[in-house]
Design a binder for this molecule. Structure first.
Ligand SMILES: [Zn+2]
Length: 157
């Protein structure tokens, strides 16, 4: 297992799309819903997470906690904005469930035969599973499409 990437993030729930892409890159990107701002800040401090917000008001709060004001609205531009803080590392790609933010685990192909389409089973050898939501992942066309988007953002000259 790779060493976890840092920093860890805490995002406002209006940044859920960005959170999902950070997870694809392998970053621990938590989104807590229905929680007050003060408890969010307390969590960010306790769990040593960088608070990502689109709110200038939150960004300007006097309290001390690591934060970053996201300026863009599209996730591609948002990822671009964070380029100084995060990196594209193949070894960490798709190591986390984009829905649950927990690490994925390798699972033997034969154990999931009945859970995936037959054509997929016949094509791919390696699978990962999220133990929280039960979703199974493999490196199909969806995987390559997302990888290409990330490469365009992070590897362009
Ligand atoms: Zn999951």
């Amino acid at each position: 297992m790779n060493k976890p990437l840092s920093p860890k993030f805490l995002l406002e729930d209006n940044l859920i799309k960005l959170a999902r892409w950070l997870r694809l890159l392998g970053y621990d990107a938590a989104v807590y819903r229905s929680t007050s701002l003060s408890s969010l800040i307390a969590l960010a401090k306790k769990e040593k997470r960088v608070f990502l917000t689109r709110s200038k008001r939150i960004f300007k709060l006097k309290q001390k906690f690591p934060r970053y004001l996201i300026k863009n609205t599209s996730y591609k531009n948002q990822l671009n904005e964070l380029k100084d803080y995060i990196k594209y590392d193949e070894g960490h790609l798709f190591s986390r469930c984009m829905n649950c933010n927990v690490s994925l685990h390798d699972i033997e192909k034969k154990k999931i035969k009945d859970l995936i389409p037959e054509a997929v089973f016949e094509t791919f050898e390696n699978y990962k599973i999220c133990r929280r939501c039960g979703r199974i992942f493999w490196q199909g066309s969806h995987y390559h499409k997302m990888k290409l988007i990330l490469q365009k953002i992070f590897l362009k000259q």
